[in-house]
Design a protein around this ligand. Structure first.
Ligand SMILES: [Zn+2]
Ligand SMILES: [Zn+2]
Ligand SMILES: [Zn+2]
Ligand SMILES: [Zn+2]
Ligand SMILES: [Zn+2]
Length: 235
């Protein structure tokens, strides 16, 4: 999907743009402008992959440490001509970065294919593979507004062993699982029942968007598993 900054979107600007109908910050998946908005994808909980905060890509845990992360460490800023310029290296454009618009339906296709985002983008016709001026390791971080996950049974900060989806709480041993989509720690049975809501995209805080767009995109919920019975939380 190509970036179309000329049509409705105000381009990038952040604090500088003072027009009353332009707000700053938008989810790249659903165009929602509220960083704390409920997720736009609904489906099973999952702990088999993580989203990287640097490149914005989703990566199965089995590929997490082996795959190189290509990304811009800086922020995209509005150029004098209305496009996007990266503060780190001066490169132009959002395609192939964590701030490119990509909808929930595409995210589900990628999950079904069992690929990391980078693999998916490389394989997909017309998609730009991840771009950036720095090549490093994927790094995860909690989505906006999420508190540090804690065991639902004993209240301890969640132990990393839980992110592997095997053991329960590393402190009290309760059979709990951390969902790496919605970041809830849930008893095993609740986890398996599903009911996860999350954003597959990134919250791009320096992107401005016209208010009209917010009204238009009230947020159609994308459901995992209605069209493809095969969507599983695994590699
Ligand atoms: Zn979840
Ligand atoms: Zn850069
Ligand atoms: Zn990454
Ligand atoms: Zn515990
Ligand atoms: Zn979203």
């Amino acid at each position: 999907m190509s970036e179309n900054t000329s049509r409705r979107e105000g381009g990038l600007g952040g604090v500088g743009s003072a027009q009353p109908d332009v707000v700053s910050g938008v989810w790249t998946c659903c165009h929602n402008i509220d960083p704390l908005a409920e997720g736009c994808v609904f489906g099973p909980h999952c702990d088999a992959e993580l989203q990287c905060a640097r490149c914005g890509g989703w990566v199965p845990l089995a590929k997490w440490s082996a795959e190189r992360c290509v990304a811009h460490p800086g922020r995209a800023e509005r150029s004098r001509w209305g496009g996007a310029l990266w503060s780190c290296c001066g490169a132009a454009g959002l395609e192939g970065t964590r701030w490119a618009y990509r909808g929930g339906a595409e995210w589900i296709e990628r999950r079904v294919a069992g690929l990391s985002d980078a693999e998916w983008q490389r394989r997909r016709r017309g998609a730009r593979p991840p771009t950036g001026c720095r090549d490093g390791r994927h790094e995860w971080q909690l989505p906006p507004g999420r508190l540090e996950p804690r065991c639902d049974a004993c209240g301890s900060p969640w132990d990393e062993s839980g992110t592997r989806g095997k053991a329960g709480c590393g402190v009290c041993g309760a059979a709990q699982r951390l969902c790496t989509q919605c970041w809830a720690v849930l008893p095993e049975a609740t986890f398996l029942r599903g009911g996860c809501r999350f954003h597959p995209g990134s919250f791009c805080e320096s992107r401005t968007i016209r208010f009209a767009t917010k009204q238009r995109s009230g947020g159609a919920l994308v459901r995992i598993g209605t069209a493809d019975a095969d969507v599983k939380c695994s590699e």
